[in-house]
Structures are given as structure tokens and as C-alpha cells.
Design a protein around this ligand. Sequence first.
Ligand SMILES: *Cc1c(COP(=O)(O)O)cnc(C)c1O
Length: 348
Amino acid sequence: MKRNFKINNLVRENIKSLESYSSARDEYKDASADMIFMDANENPFQTKVNRYPDPQQSKLKERLSEIRGVPTSQILLSNGSDEILDLLFRAFCEPKNDNVITLPPTYGMYEVLADLNAIDILSVELDTNFEPKVPEILAAQTENSKILFLCSPNNPTANSFNAYKVEELINGFNGLVVIDEAYIEFSSQESWLGRLNEFPNLVVTQTLSKAYGLAGIRLGICYASEYIISILNKIKPPYNVNQLTQDKALERLSNLDKVNSEVESILKEREFIIEQLSEISFIKTIYPSDANFILVKVDNANLRYDQLIDNGIVVRNRTTQPLCENCLRFTVGTQNENKQLIKILNEL
Ligand SMILES: *Cc1c(COP(=O)(O)O)cnc(C)c1O
């Protein structure tokens, strides 16, 4: 349990005094109700999407709340997780004044969004096991460190961070700790959602882009304390999650058996690829994976990357990332795609 943490001290002054914008659809949410809607200057003729969407996405949040066991008041939805990250910067980080901490090699968007918001980055590289260096991270924080980003399972290294280390970081860091769980459905570790209420500085982000197979609709999910969510709600664009996205997400979330069986099959395929890769001589290291991708070290990443492209296979070359020299990242595909990858690797 974290004590003596005053979240209000972290919020930017201009955000504290902000009133949220009230849109027409905020006052009367359900445009499908049996009423005559003359409030929002919409076109009255039916196209199925002629009405503005519910700005609070109530139905979708209720469904997620059922699935994840978190109250709807602790959920915020967005146009992909990237929008959540941006909202966090805008709510908590004062441009040209504050900083955030990232742990490279990791997801590139933390840095992109920090740059966009004129926020400094303090980076503390992971250790050679791709685990956070806890004492170094805690020593690096300053009075102006507002957010620590922990990506677990981490992209591109594919491992989950040791839970004791994560807990030490949540307890020892003075700002918000954002745990990016984009790949949690593929992990053997538990989500931090179950412990959300123990830590007032904890923010967990998830997405429908990976395990749920809906990267194209752009739906990110943020779980945090009611207070943090209320701050983010004040500054989010009113209609940030469109109607088609809300409908498609609800449809997919009503068929979790299908999602689960796809995840099962991806996990089986992950084992198949790892087994097969270990037979290939130019693959030097296969890092353990807790995600739907595998990081491998090869003899010459640029060469192997180009050869794969010539054979019609696009992978991710991570060789320029710290600790990832000569590393390629393979996303697990369908059984046929994976067999094709292995066949081509064997022929190189
Ligand atoms: C893919 C990915 C996401 C997902 O981002 P969306 O904007 O929700 O598609 C988030 N974090 C990490 C680390 C990822 O790799």
C-alpha cells in the first residue's frame, strides 16, 4: 500500500481549474431513445451513424467492467492507447519543465509523445536480462519526474518484468507509474489490474489492437483511480471513440471464446516457432517470450532482414535499439505463415 501520495500535486495548474466541455450528447446520451433529437445539429435522416456517438461509451465500459472486474468510473477509453499516453502527458507534465522516465529498449511512442509535448526524457536502460534497474531508476528521478513508463510484457524484448521489481518501482517512484499491458493476454504473469486500488499512482493501459484482433478500429483502454480518470475525462476530446469502433468492440467482446481460442493458437504457434528457430545456425539467441512476438539475435540483422524481404516476409529490424544489436522481431502469424517463415529461414 502506498502512503502519503498526493495525486493533486501532480496535476498541471491549468488542468486543475479546467471545466470539462459539455457536448450536446452529454446531456441526452442515448440517441437511440424514443425521443426527438433537435439538440446537436445532426442530419435527421438515417445512415446508422448520423448521430454523434456516446461521449462516455457507457455500454462498452460496462462490458469491459464485467470482463475485467474494474468499475466503469475507473475506466477511460480512447482512440488507441497512444491517445491515452498523450492525455497523460497533457494532464500531468508541464512543457519545458517536467520529465518522464523510460526504460529502453522499449516502445517508441513514449519518446515521440514526450517530444511532441516538450517534455524531457530521462532514460535508464534495462539490464542485460531486460529487467528494470530499480535502484538506478529511483535515483534518476527528480522533483519534476511525473511519469515512469513500464511496458510489461515489453516491446521489443518480449519479456514481462519481475513483479517484485515493478512493485518496488510503484512504491518508490514519486509520480505516476504507467504499466503498458498491450500484450498481457499472451503473458503467463497476472495483470496489475487486480492491484489497482492498492496504488493511487498506478495507471494500467491495455488495447484491443493485439489479442483482440482489432488494431484497425483504434481502441485503447486506461484503468486508474477514479480521480485520475476524472482528470483525463476533463481533457479528452468529447467524441474520441467513434460509433463504428464502439459497435465493433462490443461485438468482439460478446464473443470471448473466439478471442481466447485465437490467443491459445498464437501461444501454440509461438512454441512451434521457438522450437524451429533453435535449429537455425545463424540464429544466435532466442529470447524468452511472454508476448505474441519473438526477439532473436542473428549473425547480421541487416542482411537477414533484406533476405527475408526478398522472400516476401516483413519482420522488424531492431538492431539500432540499445541492447538489441543484430536483433530481429518476429510477430507470430497463422500456422501457414509461420511454416513459411521457417522454411525460408532454413533456405537462407
Ligand atoms: C502495439 C502496442 C500498443 C498498442 O497501441 P494502440 O494505439 O492501442 O494500437 C501499446 N503499447 C505497446 C507497447 C505496443 O506494442
